[in-house]
Ligand binder design. Structure first.
Ligand code: UGA
Length: 474
């Protein structure tokens, strides 16, 4: 089939490459000429494991090309997938649909043959009929255009896998014709036994926001338990393991810590709340406000623990931050809890040094006031406290003995409950977590000239401090 994918961000670029990979002729379209050039050259404009390979394969097959022209898209496609962003509106919790509307306004007047427009962006329930009414006013005389909603459930970091082998496909359609077209698009997945749920557009739109709301609620639930665990001297990780054995609950998305961020969960629960209020059922989802509050509180709690560890104020202290992205295996820093903590510490006068394996470029754009380092050792050199804020596997593999030698004081806040606290403690570190009270400090092993020789923050004279200070901020 001839498909267009309009909007080539995290969702659209992956969808375009994967649709070509399963045999369709695909035209990816974006207003960003730089992004289109990169994709045409086989360079994904963001970090996503496995995307390079699929993109290269699709381009080499000749079935995938990119353009900035919506009129070219109109002439090319039988099915047009709308994959543009629906961010939070400035000054409101509601979703901003201006990019979706712009695609409809730019595409529909150029259509000349029957086609199906399929929304994949996350939208407030009721968007499909609104778009259908809009396009009726724009479609050229005699051109049969229909609209359907087919929400996307891919996770960043697993986007290719989730697109090629999704848990389920959901189609919100208003005619058997639209349903037939979507079944044809996804035929290889249907043949592989992936569940296909055909429903009305309102249900399809709601499935997406309900799924993200449920996931956010699960995370905030376990983070609420973490606060109780801290007060009661219990261990939230063991609690989560024990809960997770109940298959009705499940262990996934029960990792307590710094909480959720990114371009989806936070704005989706807010937009859902706003839409429910418009529908007169705000009370029904009012718990999502608490989900949001619990989540944001984790950031404050992390800052408070770190502040406490350096003696009550950040001023005059160096703080190493491990992780800037909202989760590992992504370079996305949108509403990143890690960066929010780093920025808060900086605002309070801390000398912040941030490391991230993939997110430094984006983090620097969002927070140029912070200082970024290319390697973990440099970021930690001379630090009075190390904050582990995004659970990249390389941090788990880091050697706490080696790190203890370069810091000013071996103090760690593991805000993702992902490091081996026992290992770090036995290397002399004071380890604090969210929800896992442990021994505050374990006597350090004897080391000649090691980090414990510099246990006082202000008295610290870390050997390579000069080198750190002489590095120009990137
Ligand atoms: C989320 C959903 O998981 C996808 O199904 C959905 O398609 C996507 O939003 C979207 O709406 O497009 P994503 O934003 O990539 O995907 O990230 P998640 O893997 O859901 O993680 C979200 C946040 O929750 C991250 O900051 C992560 O660190 C945090 N998290 C996750 C926890 O704090 N604890 C957990 O147990 C799991």
């Amino acid at each position: 089939m001839r498909l267009t994918v309009i909007g080539t961000g995290y969702l659209g670029a992956v969808h375009a490459a994967c649709m070509a990979d399963i045999g369709h002729e695909v035209l990816g379209v974006d207003v960003d000429a730089e992004k289109i050039r990169a994709l045409t050259e086989g360079r994904p404009p963001f970090f996503e494991p496995g995307l390079d390979e699929v993109l290269t394969r699709a381009l080499d097959s000749g079935r995938l090309r990119f353009s900035t022209s919506l009129s070219e898209a109109a002439a090319f496609g039988e099915v047009h997938f709308v994959c543009v962003g629906t961010p939070q509106q400035a000054g409101s919790d509601a979703a901003d649909l201006r990019h979706v509307d712009a695609v409809i306004d730019g595409l529909v007047p150029h259509l000349s043959s029957p086609c199906l427009i399929v929304g994949k962006s996350t939208v407030p329930v009721g968007t499909t009929p609104r778009i259908a009414a809009r396009l009726r006013g724009l479609a050229p005389e005699g051109v049969d255009v229909e609209v359907a909603w087919n929400p996307e459930f891919l996770r960043e970091g697993f986007a290719v896998e989730d697109t090629l082998r999704p848990d389920r496909l959901v189609a919100g359609v208003t005619s058997p014709r639209a349903d037939g077209i979507l079944r044809e698009v996804y035929a290889p997945m249907l043949d592989a036994g992936i569940p296909y749920i055909s429903t009305d557009p309102a249900t399809a739109e709601l499935v997406k926001v309900a799924a993200n709301s449920f996931l956010a609620t699960k995370i905030s639930f376990i983070n609420a338990m973490a606060e109780v665990c801290d007060a009661a001297g219990a261990d939230v990780s063991t609690l989560a393991d024990a809960l997770g054995h109940d298959t009705r609950i499940g262990r996934r998305f029960l990792n307590a810590g710094l909480g959720f961020g990114g371009g989806c969960l936070p704005k989706d629960i807010r937009a859902f709340t706003a839409r429910a209020r418009e529908l007169g059922v705000g009370e029904a989802v009012s718990f999502l406000r608490q989900v949001d509050d619990i989540n944001l509180r984790q950031r404050l709690r992390t800052v408070a623990i770190a502040r406490d560890l350096v003696g009550g104020a950040f001023s005059g202290h160096r703080i190493a931050v491990l992780g800037a992205t909202f989760k590992p295996n992504s370079d996305d820093v949108r509403d990143s809890p890690a960066l929010a903590v780093a920025a808060a510490v900086h605002r309070e006068g801390g000398e912040v040094r941030v490391h991230d394996p993939e997110g430094i470029y984006n983090a620097h754009l969002a927070h140029p006031e912070l200082r970024y380092e290319d390697d973990v050792l440099t970021a930690c050199r001379g630090a009075d406290v190390v904050l582990h804020l995004t659970e990249w596997s390389q941090y788990r593999e880091a050697d706490p003995v080696k790190l203890a030698r370069v810091v000013c004081a071996p103090r760690l806040v593991d805000a993702r409950n992902n490091l081996d606290a026992g290992l770090w403690r036995s290397a002399g570190w004071t380890v604090r977590t969210l929800g896992r009270p442990g021994p505050a400090t374990v006597p350090a092993p004897q080391r000649g000239g090691g980090a414990l020789g510099h246990s006082s923050a202000r008295g610290c004279a870390a050997p390579a401090e000069g080198a750190v200070l002489s590095r120009a901020p990137k």
